[in-house]
Write a protein of this length. Structure first.
Length: 288
């Protein structure tokens, strides 16, 4: 797929604040700071216009270097790029969140971020309400466009709404064929919250799900198993941020618009839903 075609083919999802986010982005979890710049630069060249980072990934400096090197940190090119980052959980709270954001913005070498997110709800040390007030101040100042959360269950979303009067624009959750979180997704849709999937392939584990189900569908369309799963997400209206440090896989992850799943194929993937998550439990985990 040509670079221009790749960028043009990715749909945008309209959010409850009327902003629009590219449906496919590049995830940056578990990439070392010294290694991340070329990964981001390659993705931008391939047509990615959505970069998903976090303070907790400890690589914002490298991301900032890539944005500066490619010119995507300023001017018209910056306007065409969606940059997400997340607050470190240990820095939740009003004053601490504002101070953290200043540091993160400096590392990213940009004047604003498109979305700032609470990384985990930490219900055992709940500070999301005060944190959100700091986020709202940053939005008022034009330093953040859209506010989101990650890993929030319905009870956390309701508590945040009770304390702030707002629903987040996006809830980024673990979501893949074997862990579909249908109750969380339904709640988000009911309240106008866009759903974003991290680990959209369960870090590769779901490529072999269903005793060859994914492989059979891939063969029928002459695409890879990864492309089948990503296409399933796209057809569900989910925002996805697949991670890859390899250029060819990045290219494939963006190239999921030349085929469509049949109703039976989509239903077969729906049927893979299971009882076990691949990642952490939002009730107990903190990304300090």
């Amino acid at each position: 797929m040509a670079v221009a075609a790749a960028a043009a083919s990715v749909p945008h999802i309209k959010l409850n604040d009327d902003d629009e986010i590219p449906q496919i982005g590049l995830g940056l979890l578990r990439i070392k700071d010294e290694d991340v710049a070329p990964v981001v630069e390659t993705a931008l060249h391939l047509g990615y216009r959505h970069i998903d980072g976090a303070a907790g990934y400890n690589n914002e400096g490298g991301v900032g270097n890539a944005l500066a090197a490619t010119g995507y940190n300023r001017g018209r090119k910056r306007e065409k790029l969606w940059v997400t980052t997340k607050l470190r959980d240990s820095e939740q709270g009003y004053d601490s969140a504002l101070a953290a954001f200043d540091r993160q913005l400096s590392l990213l070498r940009v004047e604003y971020v498109d979305m700032y997110m609470i990384h985990w709800p930490t219900p055992f040390d709940w500070r999301a309400g005060e944190t959100w007030k700091a986020f709202a101040k940053l939005r008022e100042e034009g330093r953040v466009r859209t506010l989101g959360v990650c890993n929030f269950l319905p009870e956390h979303l309701e508590r945040l709404h009770k304390e702030t009067g707002e629903w987040p624009a996006v809830n980024q959750i673990e979501l893949h064929p074997t862990w579909q979180q249908r109750d969380v997704v339904a709640f988000c849709k009911e309240h106008g919250i866009a759903v974003e999937a991290y680990s959209p392939m369960a870090r590769g584990a779901d490529l072999n799900a269903g005793n060859g189900t994914i492989a059979e569908i891939a063969k029928a369309h002459n695409v890879s198993p990864a492309q089948v799963i990503l296409r399933w997400h796209i057809e569900n209206g989910t925002i996805i941020i697949p991670k890859s440090v390899h250029e060819e896989r990045q290219r494939q992850n963006l190239d999921v618009f030349g085929f469509a799943l049949t109703l039976d194929e989509h239903a077969a993937i729906d049927a893979l839903d299971g009882p076990k998550r691949a990642g952490h439990d939002p009730l107990t985990f903190s990304y300090a």
